[in-house]
Design a protein. Sequence first.
Length: 423
Amino acid sequence: MLLDHRPQPAPLTSEGTAPVTVDVAIVGGGIVGLVVACGLIETGLRVAIVEALPQATAAKQAQAYAFSLASAQIFQGLGLWERVRSELEPFQKIHLSDCDWPDVVEFQPQEADRATDLGYVAAHTTLLTALQERVNQAPNLTWIGPATATVLDYGNEWAELTIAPNDPEASCPDRLRAKLVVAADGARSPLREAAGIPSRGFAYWQSCIVAAVKAEHHHQNIAYERFQTSGPFAILPLGDLCRLVWTAPHAEAAAMLNLDDDRFLQELSQRVGPQMGRLELVGRRYLFPVRLMQCDRYTAHRLALVGDAAHCCHPVGGQGLNMGIRDAAALVEVLQGAIARGEDLGQLSLLRRYDRWRRWGNWTILAFTDLLDRLFSTQFWPVVWVRRAGLAALKRIPPLKSFALKLMTGLLGKMPALGRMAL
Ligand SMILES: Cc1cc2nc3c(=O)[nH]c(=O)nc-3n(C[C@H](O)[C@H](O)[C@H](O)COP(=O)(O)OP(=O)(O)OC[C@H]3O[C@@H](n4cnc5c(N)ncnc54)[C@H](O)[C@@H]3O)c2cc1C
């Protein structure tokens, strides 16, 4: 049975061939979609989440993320911080360096007005499992899946989705009607395409290799962002392992992926340097395409886009998921305001508040990560000179350093109410 009938105040109803009706339908049960769902629990709205994958499969991804202070605060606002905290790895320093240039910039928690941690590294499984558990316990949330949703129709009062089960054994409603549809369906977003929302962007000349290594020496809870001529290279601590996020031009990245383990580790050791000691590869290496994308608008009549459905960025600085979590929390706040004022949840004038709030904030991050990548991926000497002067300024001008740190930890700009309480 695909449609989970957990205890609900008012069960989803479908009479005859009439569609099932809810207040909000969320398409995509990834991390961003489920942050929206969990943020709406207290509102009492009837919410359905349609996800193409079974819950266990969606949670099993090997990915790990740099999880910002702002995202941690939003998880605290959702009441999930205590649940996930012990499984996250905190980092207390960030080292930023340009190839072998000796002027290393070291960020400390005090520069972000924090006592201890500057951020965390989180496994996808940890975050998604905690969110799924919360969704499964909430009486007003209904999980529909594994099933694929497409938008069938928009009326004045509702939007209607068609739902196709992805398991032949299973049954689920074939139509779902909602006042608002939230597209949290990832970078390829079928709902964004169906709504004809234009986007702009480009594929980078780089791909990204992700791998996990065990190092001879402990990582000391330091996150490294190293800018190499081929592209940014990040080392993130997670348990007794380190996660590598290594961007390089396509051909170089593909060649690295195809090296045998010993050759790959040799190449890696050259880039990491001696301070971590001997490295051992753990598990597979993965290759990801890298692109920048921003939608011209995040909303349409009865539709709101969140997370990768609305924007994608370069992995430098680990911003993509964190931006999506802030989108989700901002949308929840806008909807809570609408409920308090008795407004229609799907009306465009309301949704535009969310669009204005998040789209401009996300442009800043997209532009900043793009600038970082371009500045540091060249050996053209005037640019090298400018970036090294920039690093020197960052190191020596405390307000500049604090500004950059707050931008990357998500603490700059208007924080959604869910994330306003410091940890
Ligand atoms: C190499 C790499 C490293 C990264 N590192 C970081 C990092 O350190 N920190 C960070 O913040 N971000 C990072 N990111 C970005 C991050 O991975 C994404 O921004 C994030 O996963 C997007 O989450 P989402 O929930 O918006 O989309 P997704 O995770 O793509 O979820 C979309 C969900 O929608 C479902 N779906 C799609 N279509 C349908 C449909 N029609 N019907 C039903 N369900 C549907 C899918 O099955 C999926 O579960 C990285 C990205 C890459 C490539």
